[in-house]
Design a protein around this ligand. Structure first.
Ligand SMILES: [Zn+2]
Length: 102
């Protein structure tokens, strides 16, 4: 069923509130995103915020905005974009992060 796409270098794992017993959700990069499990569940379901372990399998947690910033900071100077494979509940998807004009 799954055709093999080109291999992304980095992986991120969605922190699904249904699949974790974590009580507190906070981003390791910004101070804005801090939520209780209950709030995160609501926000996650409303697709307002998603936390990721990044780079998986590390346990570091980033909000979706910081995931992009963090990915950009890992990009090598010659790279124009970076692919991240995102693991979700059933199947994953690949995100392409493009370098912003600097
Ligand atoms: Zn953040």
């Amino acid at each position: 069923m799954s055709s093999k796409p080109e291999k992304p270098e980095l992986r991120a794992k969605v922190l699904n509130p249904k699949r974790t017993r974590r009580k507190k959700f906070e981003c390791s990069r910004c101070d804005i995103a801090k939520y209780s499990a209950k709030d995160y569940k609501i926000l996650f379901e409303a697709r307002k915020i998603i936390y990721f372990h990044f780079p998986a399998p590390s346990r570091k947690v980033y909000c979706h905005e910081c995931l992009f910033k963090e990915a950009l900071s890992r990009m090598k100077p010659h790279e124009k974009f970076l692919k991240i494979f995102v693991e979700d509940l059933k199947e994953g998807y690949t995100l392409s992060v493009e370098r912003e004009n600097q």
